[in-house]
Design a protein around this ligand. Structure first.
Ligand code: 3HC
Length: 306
């Protein structure tokens, strides 16, 4: 724990109330974030995606997770019913008009994120916050075309969102104190440990992860057997082995991350032919076993052995 007031957080009294949340995107990360906001803030959460069917799928995921919480006795029947009712789907972004905070968790491409904010900003109220869950793209660049760049802040969650304790809060030079204070206040209500990162490529944690997963993939590039490379982090006592973590994060997401780091920081983040092969595979390279853990599929294993 990092003390009561996170380093860099403005006065709590500057934080705005958040009484309704919008989530843009309904993929796994977005749905996990929607669940967390509904569960911890107990406010309505509305999700949109490219179409209503996708948004509805995100809502179904959230409701499924609420049922699991109920089955485990973590929430009672009444609360489970209430939480289920708090989350809804729409295809129409006008549902964000009365949200105090809209967070995007769409595809990790700067153009896609900017297009989302260009569409959403004219809809939301003057006081509402815009938040990005980017894993490490430039938030300053996302703010460049906003009419109120001071309302944009990064809140970077980690997968699985329900259990990972950390939240990176990333202001740009233009982010105002109310926005930053609100991000920290919300982080606290979400029961996360918030740390402030500068707006630098991949912030703090994903630089470390990018380095670690990249080095393991390169060990395989250079002839280390996959199984051996996968055991290499055991002495560090990490909760997941590299190729399980890569399965959880997703090979494509990890490749995007490391490609951006390579573009920004050059040889500090060399690319791996194997990581690229996994990311570009048309067939699944990871599967989830009965024990709930990710493992390489035969196809994934074969690609690494090329
Ligand atoms: N969704 C929801 N809950 C989950 C979950 C999931 N995907 N996976 C595990 N959990 C829950 C379990 O249900 C269990 O909850 P319970 O106590 O209520 O029963 C609890 O987490 C512990 O799970 P397990 O006992 O099954 O397993 P472990 O003790 O091995 O813990 C873990 C699982 C917490 C996921 C642990 O393996 C871990 O910390 N792994 C590292 C994950 C990590 O590094 N994530 C960061 C990825 S990078 C990222 O997200 C950034 C992005 O920008 C790329």
């Amino acid at each position: 724990k990092l003390g009561k007031k996170p380093a860099g957080a403005p006065k709590k009294s500057l934080a705005k109330d958040v009484t309704k949340v919008g989530v843009v995107g309904a993929g796994l990360m977005a749905a996990q974030i929607a669940l967390l906001f509904a569960r911890r803030l107990e406010v309505p959460v509305v999700m949109t995606d490219l179409d209503e069917a996708r948004a509805q799928k995100g809502v179904e995921y959230v409701r499924g997770e609420i049922d699991k919480l109920k089955a485990k006795g973590r929430v009672d029947d009444i609360k489970a019913g209430r939480l289920r009712g708090l989350v809804s789907a729409s295809s129409d972004k006008s549902v964000y008009a009365d949200c105090d905070l809209v967070i995007e968790a769409v595809f990790e491409e700067i153009g896609v994120k900017k297009a989302v904010f260009a569409e959403v900003e004219p809809i939301i109220s003057d006081d509402a916050l815009l938040v990005t869950n980017t894993s490490g793209l430039s938030i300053t660049e996302m703010a460049a075309d906003l009419s109120k760049p001071e309302r944009l802040v990064g809140m970077h969650f980690f997968n699985p969102v329900a259990v990972m304790p950390l939240l990176e809060v990333i202001p740009t030079e233009k982010t105002d104190e109310e926005t930053l204070a609100t991000a920290f206040a919300v982080g606290k209500k979400l029961k996360k440990t918030s740390v402030m990162s500068a707006d630098r490529p991949a912030f703090i944690v994903n630089r470390l992860l990018g380095r670690m997963l990249g080095e393991v993939a390169r060990a395989v590039d250079e002839g280390t057997p996959v199984e051996v490379a996968n055991l290499a982090t055991d002495p560090m006592g990490l909760p997941m082995r590299p190729f399980e973590l890569l399965g959880l994060v997703g090979a494509a997401v990890a490749e995007h991350l490391v490609t951006h780091l390579h573009e920004d920081l050059g040889d500090r983040f060399p690319l791996s032919a194997n990581q690229k092969r996994l990311a570009e595979s048309k067939e699944p390279v990871f599967a989830k076993g009965e024990n709930g853990k990710f493992h390489l599929t035969e196809h994934g294993q074969g690609l690494l052995e090329q």
